[in-house]
Design a protein around this ligand. Structure first.
Ligand code: ADP
Ligand code: F6P
Length: 320
């Protein structure tokens, strides 16, 4: 009987549970035994590996977070620990591992394959959408929808006080959450790490918008886009308007996954299990033009950062 293990690693993302559920149930349907590793690579080092049944993943498809728990495991960059992890898997008769996580987790997976001979398939799950080989990562859609709810709430209160709202969203060095939320939320400005911006110009546009009769404004600010407090201070100085900052924080990493994330997670899981059954290794699952595909993990990680500048232009046109 073939045995595979699954772990979730790095920052959690809504839809990880839907992915775990699909991996477990699809593998069992294909006569494969499945084991869940607790807390990512930490669980491989601490021998936290549990047999999973179809019932182990009941009632989780709609839940954010990850029932397998997740963790960061800094020592895993060291080959000595990777070998310890591989030995743990081998002790259970497991030769194949599905890793669900972001780029750091992908690097750990690749090392387990390259240095220790474990067959690995990696599934992209991070709210940041910063894995450039794939159109979308699991969790991104849910996160943007959470930001949209926050924008709706902020509009109510900012409009009542004639204020400018600056909403900081996550994403590390990637501006995708900010861009998609700004476009879908009808924001007027979107500050991201990928596009240079001029605060004086933004201040002028804000003042003009007030002259045209606008009474409140929405700016979406990606966390990697610069010094937020300095930007706020300068905007207030240059416009005389009241600029109120909201940092959404971890709220945007939790919550029930959207249909899009649940379906994406399930489709990617099926592909990953099929590859494991075929005995493939070092494969990253992605989605391109709504088709699920796989490619070499090293090639996937080597993609240059992409940003949808066309969509950014559209966002700006629609904002005026
Ligand atoms: P994410 O997977 O969300 O990008 P991290 O960057 O924190 O999150 O990575 C998750 C874990 O993956 C790390 O705590 C570490 O255990 C492992 N990892 C990250 N980078 C490497 C690497 N270069 N080699 C081996 N393991 C790594
Ligand atoms: O990668 C997901 C993410 O939520 C980023 O958007 C954010 O910068 C980071 O993780 C926060 O990480 P931590 O959980 O270590 O605070």
């Amino acid at each position: 009987m073939k045995k595979i293990a699954i772990l979730t690693s790095g920052g959690d993302a809504p839809g990880m549970n839907a992915c775990v559920r699909a991996c477990v149930r699809y593998a069992i349907a294909k006569d494969v035994d499945v084991y869940g590793v607790e807390r990512g690579y930490v669980g491989l080092l601490n021998n936290k590996i549990n047999f999973m049944s179809t019932r182990s993943v009941s009632d989780i498809v709609h839940r954010g977070g990850t029932i397998l728990k997740t963790a960061r495991c800094p020592e895993f960059i060291d080959v000595e620990y990777q070998q310890q992890a591989a030995e743990t898997l081998q002790a259970y008769g497991i030769d194949s591992l599905i890793v669900i996580g972001g780029d750091g987790s992908f690097r750990g997976a690749k090392d387990l394959s390259d240095n220790c001979g474990i067959n690995v398939v990696a599934i992209p799950a991070t709210i940041d959408n910063d894995l450039d080989y794939t159109d979308f990562t699991i969790g991104f859609d849910t996160s943007v929808n959470t930001v949209l709810n926050a924008i709706n709430n902020l509009r109510d209160t900012m409009g009542s006080h004639d204020r400018v709202s600056l909403l900081e969203v996550m994403g590390r060095k990637c501006g995708d959450i900010a861009l998609y939320a700004a476009l879908a939320g009808g924001a007027e400005f979107c500050l991201t790490p990928e596009v240079p911006y001029n605060i004086d110009e933004i201040a002028k546009t804000l003042v003009k918008s007030r002259k045209r009769g606008k009474t409140s404004n929405m700016i979406i600010f990606a966390e990697g886009a610069g010094d937020r407090d300095e930007i706020c201070r300068r905007l207030e100085d240059h416009t005389g308007l009241s600029v109120k900052t909201t940092t959404l924080g971890y709220v945007q990493r939790g919550g029930s996954p959207t249909m899009a994330d649940r379906v994406l997670a399930s489709r990617m899981a099926v592909k990953a299990v099929d590859l494991m059954i075929e005995g493939k290794t070092n494969r990253a699952i992605g989605v391109k033009d709504n088709n699920i595909f796989d490619m070499d993990i090293s090639e996937a990680l080597a993609f240059e950062h992409r940003f949808n500048h066309e969509l950014y232009k559209v966002m700006n046109i629609l904002a005026r």
